[in-house]
Design a binder for this molecule. Structure first.
Ligand SMILES: C[S@@+](CC[C@H](N)C(=O)[O-])C[C@H]1O[C@@H](n2cnc3c(N)ncnc32)[C@H](O)[C@@H]1O
Length: 258
């Protein structure tokens, strides 16, 4: 692959040297293959994992079958509003835009280097990219309008970072990996605030580990979202999908505002 990517013999030598020094292949090439797309990945930006393609497949299925306002009937819904939180290179959002008919796509990351990279991948898909902490930089007009909210946030427990392969541990930013003591610090914040942004019947999909899934399900329930777990043995991937319940009538408590 490196031999095919190099434009000159000197370029080839430089790329081989960087690879031999331990840089991830994708950082040497400048791109990663993800959902059949070539995603630009700059050095210092999280390399999208093949396992995360499962998150994309689940999100695409949800977007195609966004529930109707009554929640009683599933309908095809082109032009869904999609938000990719913790977007990194923007791979998830870009893949969703490529898969779905037509989407209104927004992506956010706290790391300016990731956002620069995502701008190339997501803007090509007609999306907009914001830098900041989770929902904070999103336009307020998106509140209660989001049909599909995806987050592949950091979820490695701090104590397990040292067990990661050197390519991740050394060459990917700590903020892309470290999810705090139990790995769920960022995900808890994503889930708790989600009801303020989801449309009726809208879904939040988060990637997690099989071991963490029960805690995530509990957090979804505390936030008023009905959840289910989807897993793929083939991809070694676990995704929790939470649906914003259709808001009850007047007088009842609304999880989005309480
Ligand atoms: C595991 S990487 C996933 C990147 C991308 N979603 C993917 O699947 O390739 C997590 C990303 O979350 C970002 N991140 C961490 N904390 C964040 C926060 N509070 N707000 C926004 N982004 C955050 C990191 O900068 C990193 O790019």
């Amino acid at each position: 692959m490196i031999a095919r990517a190099a434009r000159t013999p000197a370029g080839l030598t430089a790329m081989v040297d960087r690879r031999a020094a331990g840089l991830p292949l994708e950082h040497v090439l400048g791109w990663a293959e993800f959902c059949g797309l070539r995603i630009a990945v700059d050095p210092g930006v999280f390399v999208p994992r093949r396992r995360t393609e499962f998150l994309v497949h689940q999100a695409a299925a949800v977007a195609r079958q966004a529930t109707s306002a009554t929640g009683a009937q599933a309908v095809t819904r082109p032009g869904a509003v999609v938000v990719d939180l913790c977007c990194g290179s923007g791979a998830v959002g870009a893949a969703l835009a490529a898969t779905l008919d037509r989407v209104e796509l927004y992506a956010v990351d706290i790391d300016p280097a990731a956002v620069r990279c995502a701008c190339r991948n997501v803007a090509a898909a007609g999306g907009r990219v914001y830098v900041g902490d989770l929902y904070e930089p999103l336009p307020a007009t998106l509140r209660r309008r989001v049909d599909v909210l995806v987050a592949n946030a950091p979820y490695v427990p701090t104590g397990a970072i040292g067990l990661l392969p050197p390519e991740a541990r050394i060459h990917e930013p700590r903020a892309a990996l470290d999810g705090g003591a139990d790995g769920l610090d960022v995900l808890r914040r994503v889930i708790t605030a989600a009801p303020r942004w989801l449309a009726r019947g809208g879904c939040l999909l988060v990637e997690t580990s099989e071991r963490q899934a029960p805690q995530i399900v509990e957090t979804f329930a505390c936030s008023g979202l009905i959840s289910r777990v989807a897993s793929s043995d083939e991809r070694n991937a676990t995704v929790v999908i939470g649906t914003a319940v259709v808001r009850p009538g007047p007088g009842a408590t609304d999880p989005a505002t309480s």
